[in-house]
Design a protein around this ligand. Structure first.
Ligand code: ATP
Ligand code: MG
Length: 557
């Protein structure tokens, strides 16, 4: 994060301020948070919010934030995901320094705390099946039933050890906390702390066949790392009493405080990792980094900047109410950044030739134009002009509609920064398609000025046919045609937008763009903001449109 960027204040900061003012458990300790992704997929824009809340809050209080892989589930997590998560967080502008951890490294300690709870009479081995447990769960007026809860401590200790040693099959036994079968909060009705699962873990291999449940593991992970404020999403709110119960009843002298905030939802996309994986695995998109994906790597490839994403997560704010943000607002934040920082350039996406019939055939002129109209620090570049140019085919009309101010026979138009030209005609092919447009230039109007002050309404962009480069340009739209694909009938993939990717070939770009760097951002005049795609090569130049110029969000406001 840039050094001068400070996260806007929110209710979490008010809680932290209270804790600091009270001294108490946090007295003398730096604010210490953590970001705990499960390494089973790539990070998406929702995670970016959590990253921003966790790292941004720590930064605001001059504190620390850990990065912890929450890998207590023995799934086939892949180093691919761990590496990608690290890369994305770094790219977003945050740093865990030397505090990178795996929750699975604490398995032995977690086991020790479970034994401690059994010894204190606060946990027991239960032999109900999952189905029975659901059946005995009770309801608001009926307490749960748990026939094994009064089992002697010694017996539970013995069984728990044998569970660890692999003597029992999956589902045969669980370790449960002994809390309150009549609690109005169902997470407190003797919740399961450990389950048997004979499955290899990507880091601990076959060392364990019992695995801790999230509600038991997470507070321990936080306490071991000395986390002061454990910031998580709203669905954990009802689990907070259990979180507190765990840290209060084990021998550990730190007491992290869990604070919940609302998840980020964005319309016209999906955000669950399972669904994103489906899009990738079933080839609806080209990969996790397909520019239409809401993943951080997808947004990066699309041309999003870390600054735009941080600004977005800051502006949507942090609250206790789940809400869905319009995709248009994310785009709005990108435009804000790129409008200020992208170099201007010209590109013709649907070209037709414009021939200046009174311009000498062998002549080429150079014009020096600024890279940014408001920022002279971004310098200038040279573009060339000659007798044959490419213009957008939509910038000429044989039969102009009312108020059309571009090229039609008899009309004058400004060729951006070069000359005023007057249209004289066109040539069509056998299908009636316009293949060449003709015009005459006025040599007195160099730079696009009219010395006699006559009005020329239209200004069009162009490139020099003699030296422009060919490129493929990819245009993107919402990946889904409906705001909430997950809430619609049928499968969410039924609502994929067939026009979410449009590939244009044979686009003509000003020649300087051949040397564009992958980190560069451009505003192509009248077209939007663009960046070089990662697949682009010298022989096959590819640009992505990051976002169009038209700001639907601003218009709506
Ligand atoms: P998914 O349901 O897509 O698998 P998850 O919540 O299981 O998501 P984790 O890897 O566990 O994914 O998430 C890491 C952190 O990011 C958690 O603290 C989680 O609360 C937070 N997070 C995940 N999705 C969002 C979201 N949409 N908005 C805000 N925070 C989120
Ligand atoms: Mg999770």
């Amino acid at each position: 994060m840039d050094n001068n960027e400070v996260m806007s204040s929110n209710f979490i900061h008010a809680f932290i301020d209270e804790d600091i003012a009270e001294g108490g458990a946090y007295y003398g300790k730096k604010v210490h948070t953590r970001f705990p992704p499960e390494p089973n997929g790539y990070l998406h824009i929702g995670h970016a919010k959590a990253v921003f809340v966790d790292f941004g809050t720590a930064k605001k209080y001059n504190g620390l934030c850990n990065l912890r892989m929450d890998d207590t589930n023995p799934t086939k997590e892949d180093v691919e995901y761990v590496d990608a998560i690290k890369e994305d967080i770094k790219w977003l502008g945050f740093d865990w320094e030397d505090r990178f951890y795996y929750a699975s490294d604490y398995f032995e300690q977690m086991y020790g705390y479970a034994v401690e709870l059994i010894k204190k009479g606060l946990a027991y081995v239960c032999e109900l099946s999952g189905e029975q447990m659901r059946e005995y769960r009770g309801d608001l007026t009926t307490p749960a039933k748990s026939p094994y809860r009064d089992r002697p401590v010694q017996e539970s200790l013995d069984l728990f050890e044998r569970m660890r040693n692999g003597e029992f099959e999956d589902g045969k036994m669980t370790l449960r906390a002994k809390i309150d079968l009549a609690s109005g909060n169902f997470s407190m009705r003797d919740p399961v702390l450990y389950r048997i699962n004979h499955m290899s873990h990507h880091r601990t291999g076959d060392k364990w066949c019992i695995y801790p449940m999230y509600d038991f593991a997470h507070p321990i992970e936080d306490a071991i790392e000395g986390i002061t404020h454990s910031l998580c999403t709203l669905e954990f709110e009802t689990h907070r009493p259990l979180y507190d119960w765990v840290v209060d009843n084990i021998s550990i002298d730190t007491k992290p405080r869990q604070i919940e905030f609302a998840r980020l939802g964005i319309n016209n996309t999906v955000m669950s990792k399972r669904k994103l994986r489906k899009l990738v695995e079933e080839n609806y998109v080209s990969g996790w980094d397909d520019p239409r994906m809401p993943t951080i790597c997808g947004l990066r490839r699309r041309g999003y900047t870390p600054k735009a994403i941080r600004s977005f997560t800051d502006q949507i704010g942090v609250s206790k109410v789940n809400s869905v943000v319009e995709y248009g607002f994310l785009e709005h934040c990108l435009r804000d950044d790129l409008n200020e920082n992208a170099k201007r350039a010209m590109a013709v996406l649907d070209p037709v030739k414009l021939i200046i019939t009174n311009y000498p055939e062998d002549k080429t002129e150079e014009f020096e134009i600024e890279n940014h109209p408001q920022n002279p620090d971004m310098g200038t570049r040279k573009i060339t002009f000659s007798r044959e140019l490419y213009i957008e085919s939509t910038d000429f009309m044989e039969e102009p509609f009312k108020k059309y101010q571009r090229l039609y026979v008899g009309n004058e138009v400004r060729i951006k920064s070069a000359y005023i030209v007057k249209c004289t005609g066109c040539k069509k092919d056998e299908n009636g398609k316009v293949v060449e447009v003709y015009a005459e230039y006025d040599p007195e109007t160099r730079g696009g000025n009219t010395p006699d002050g006559r009005k020329v309404r239209g200004t069009i962009h162009w490139v020099n046919a003699r030296d422009c480069i060919d490129a493929e340009v990819r245009l993107y739209d919402n990946l889904f045609t409906v705001p909430e694909p997950e809430a619609c009938e049928g499968d969410f993939t039924d609502y994929i937008n067939p026009e979410s990717l449009v590939v244009l070939n044979g686009c003509k770009l000003e020649k300087g763009l051949a040397d564009a760097d992958k980190a560069d951002r451009f505003q192509f005049m009248r077209q939007g903001y663009f960046c070089v795609d990662k697949d682009s090569t010298k022989d096959n130049i590819i640009f992505n449109r990051s976002v169009s110029l038209k700001d639907s969000f601003k218009a709506k406001k």
